[in-house]
Design a protein around this ligand. Structure first.
Ligand code: A2P
Length: 286
């Protein structure tokens, strides 16, 4: 069970996906993704830097389900940005995933040469190799810069978003520019204080749902795509059971008040200019 949101070019994207960040290639990966596919997940979000593209490709192939049934996203890492470098990285990613096209390909961070990387992605899009082209961790200034220096606008921006950091300003900007908002860390990356927040617990109790389900539902009702990740079967199932209830205005207002403007992760700011930061990020992201 899922529902879709429409990208600016008319492509339908399943609003709920499965995030593969930090799920390492190996037996646990296979078990996790096989289970996710079995219970209905079709949208998977990986990246070159996660190191699990090949493993995802293997599990998808083993499922016996047609390639076209899946929505697969991957991302070009910061050191792969540039016209030729991005084309090369894209081909490597396709080889690892054992696919001829990607449903979505993104620039992972607005690192140096992202405008040239975007040119490569526009061409791959024209050739039908990428169905939806997007970016991740872009701020308004990056999106504005790209708008002035590109032919096709990004269709999606994947950014940290959760109740304490709802990204209102960027969200409104993206709405005006027909850029879909995709949340990474939609559950606050498992932040205990968030998942045990009394306000959220009270809403969850009223709907006979868990706090995580309430948070995911809040994202959906904002029109945001979510890619929660879990290696726990019970929670993987819980995270897909979010289409059978609705938060009311009062619930939404309560959640709105949880906004503290606090990121739980590193800010993408400074990425364009600071190579030390880029290398540091490599350590953070496996
Ligand atoms: P686990 O793998 O043990 O389930 P995010 O998607 O925001 O990055 O959050 C991922 C974190 O949240 C992981 O630590 C995951 O742990 C945890 N998580 C995922 N789904 C749920 C859920 N339904 N309830 C509680 N924690 C969850």
């Amino acid at each position: 069970m899922n529902r879709t949101v429409e990208a600016a070019n008319g492509v339908d994207i399943p609003q709920l996906g499965f995030g593969l960040y930090k799920i390492k290639d190996g037996e646990a990966f296979e078990r996790t993704v096989e289970y996710a596919i079995r219970i209905g997940y079709r949208h998977f979000d990986t990246a070159k830097i996660y190191g699990n593209e090949a493993a995802l490709g293997r599990v998808i192939q083993k499922s016996g389900i047609a390639r076209e049934e899946f929505f697969i996203t991957s991302k070009a890492w910061t050191t792969d940005l540039g016209y030729h470098a991005t084309k090369k990285a894209f081909e490597q990613t396709c080889r690892k995933l054992n696919v001829t096209y990607l449903d979505m390909y993104m620039i992972h961070f607005a690192g140096p040469h992202y405008v040239n990387a975007w040119k490569a992605m526009e061409e791959l899009y024209d050739e039908g190799r990428i169905k939806v082209i997007g970016v991740a961790n872009f701020e308004i200034r990056h999106l504005e810069h790209l708008k002035k220096n590109s032919r096709i606008s990004p269709m999606v921006n994947q950014i940290e978003t959760h109740p304490e950091f709802p990204q209102h300003e960027l969200h409104d900007y993206m709405l005006r520019h027909r850029i879909l908002h995709e949340a990474w860390g939609p559950l606050g990356q498992g932040n205990k204080a968030l998942l045990e927040h009394p306000e959220l617990a009270a809403i969850a109790l009223r709907h006979q749902k868990s706090v995580a389900q309430v948070i995911l539902r809040w994202h959906l009702q904002r029109g945001i795509m979510v890619i929660p990740k879990s290696t726990n079967p019970q929670r993987i199932k819980e995270n897909i059971e979010i289409f059978d209830f609705e938060l009311n205005e009062e619930d939404v207002e309560h959640i709105r008040r949880l906004d503290t403007g606090k990121r739980y992760s590193l800010s993408p700011n400074g990425f364009m200019i600071n190579p030390i930061y880029i290398n540091l990020m490599k350590l953070f992201i496996r």
